[in-house]
Design a binder for this molecule. Structure first.
Ligand SMILES: Cc1cc2nc3c(=O)[nH]c(=O)nc-3n(C[C@H](O)[C@H](O)[C@H](O)COP(=O)(O)OP(=O)(O)OC[C@H]3O[C@@H](n4cnc5c(N)ncnc54)[C@H](O)[C@@H]3O)c2cc1C
Length: 428
């Protein structure tokens, strides 16, 4: 027997889980006609959520006193609003969030407290903070919980293939189940099978770098500041965590990775302390070290009849500005609004005309962000000699201009540019 739904969201990562919760609450579609196909939690998340075995028990993140999860994301104000609309914010345990109030960005050749080090402060734009560093698993779990509480159907299964035709999508699972949908939302990440089934091509760029992720203790307090140093070998971010520790995301050329990832903890401590110019004193490794291959990807189209792609299934960008998950949440909001508008007009939510509205709102925005990340990565990383001088003069100029700094701070906050309505204000 084939189960049938109006909308099936494939993938319960942050983008998919949030899209499902938004649709169940604001999509104008009966929640029981919406399904979320959840396979496994994102690899390596210590606070990962096992959504593969649906039960009546609420899906929870890490234990209250557990150390911070290794996979954390910087959540912008716009994303906070989207999560609130999804019924997933505030989180059940807000004490595991860390608000960051300022960002300090500097380049390898300059001092972190010098003229050419950029500093954005939330107070400059009258905000209490620039966003939160949150555990990915806890955000995801809150969205899944909200979706289920609204009456949506959580299906623990892995997609094997998606077959689309004019009437809908046929979703074949690895356990033999077949699910029918009038619309399938591909939120199944960078290696999306939904995208393959829809015949959508993808352009990829391999940075030939890996990002090393770990938790560290620092001799001096993190001061609720997100630190980012652009080294010639790639950007290195230090993000403040709720328990006083910090999360690092260190992008390195492939050849350099083994020494940093696999060397002794003592060697690592020396390397990371030097790489951050001792900005918070001596650093000590407090977790295992994970590595992620870095590439960017852009789907040629986000939609075909009966199918829409969101999140990393549609676009992958360099993590240097911590925007990938934020873009996926904005996709989820824009898609929900497009579908709700169609349902209100008694239109078919799987029709290409409806889905194009979503694509138009998000694709240009996401492509611009990808281009900006590549330019930053190239501009800061490669700049030496006269190039470095120019970059550093530019930073000093921005640093002295209150107006320019406010523009950058708003970008960090995620409130600049055209946003979906659900991202503009908290909607319960
Ligand atoms: C080192 C690093 C640091 C980052 N830091 C930040 C940050 O600070 N801020 C930020 O905004 N972004 C950050 N990002 C980017 C962010 O992590 C991703 O953009 C985001 O997690 C993508 O979410 P997603 O839901 O689209 O995809 P994913 O997280 O990949 O989720 C896809 C989901 O689909 C499921 N799935 C896959 N295949 C199937 C199948 N066949 N059947 C059923 N389910 C399936 C998977 O199990 C998974 O749950 C970072 C990325 C990296 C690599």
């Amino acid at each position: 027997m084939t189960d049938s739904y109006d909308v099936v969201v494939v993938g319960a990562g942050l983008a998919g889980a949030c899209a499902a919760a938004l649709l169940a609450r604001h999509g104008g579609i009966a929640p029981q006609r919406i399904a979320l196909l959840a396979h496994a939690p994102p690899a390596n998340s210590r606070a990962a959520t096992d959504v593969s075995k649906p039960s009546d028990a609420p899906v929870v993140g890490g234990a209250p006193d557990a150390p911070a999860a290794l996979r954390v994301v910087a959540i912008s104000r716009a994303s906070e609003h989207v999560l609130a609309a999804a019924g997933a914010w505030p989180l059940p345990d807000q004490s595991r969030l860390c608000a960051y109030e300022r960002m300090r960005v500097w380049q390898q050749d300059v001092a972190f407290d010098g003229d050419a080090a950029l500093c954005f402060d939330a107070a400059d734009i009258g905000e209490p903070n620039l966003g939160y560093i949150a555990e990915s698993g806890a955000l995801q779990a809150a969205c899944v919980d909200s979706f289920r509480a609204a009456g949506g159907a959580l299906i623990g299964a892995q997609l094997a293939a998606a077959v689309l035709d004019a009437a809908g999508a046929r979703l074949e699972c690895t356990d033999g189940r077949v699910i029918a949908a009038r619309l399938v939302v591909g939120a199944d990440g960078a290696q999306s099978l939904v995208r393959d089934g829809a015949g959508i091509a993808v352009r990829t760029h391999d940075y030939r770098q890996l990002a090393i992720v770990a938790t560290v203790h620092t001799a001096r307090p993190h001061q609720h500041t997100a630190w980012q140093r652009f080294l010639h070998t790639g950007p290195l971010a230090l993000l403040p965590l709720f328990d006083g520790s910090s999360s690092i995301v260190w992008s390195l050329d492939e050849a350099e990775v083994p020494a940093v990832r696999d060397g002794s903890a003592g060697e690592f401590n020396q390397r990371i302390t030097a790489a951050l110019d001792g900005v918070l004193g001596a650093m000590t490794l407090a977790s295992e070290r994970l590595s992620f291959e870095l590439h960017s990807a852009a789907a040629h189209s986000y939609v075909v009849p009966r199918c829409a792609l969101i999140g990393d299934a549609a676009h992958v960008i360099h993590p240097l500005a911590g925007q990938g998950a934020n873009l996926g949440l904005l996709d989820a909001a824009a898609l929900c609004e497009a579908l709700a508008g169609a349902v209100a007009q008694r239109e078919d939510p799987g029709a290409l005309r409806v889905l194009r509205g979503y694509e138009q709102q998000r694709r240009t925005h996401n492509l611009a962000m990808d281009a900006a990340m590549s330019a930053l990565q190239f501009g800061f990383g490669a700049a030496r000699g006269p190039g470095a001088w120019l970059v550093n003069r530019g930073l000093a100029l921005v640093n002295r201009s209150g107006a320019l700094k406010r523009v950058f701070a708003r970008q960090a906050l995620g409130t600049a540019g055209e946003l979906p309505r659900l991202a503009r204000a908290a909607i319960a």
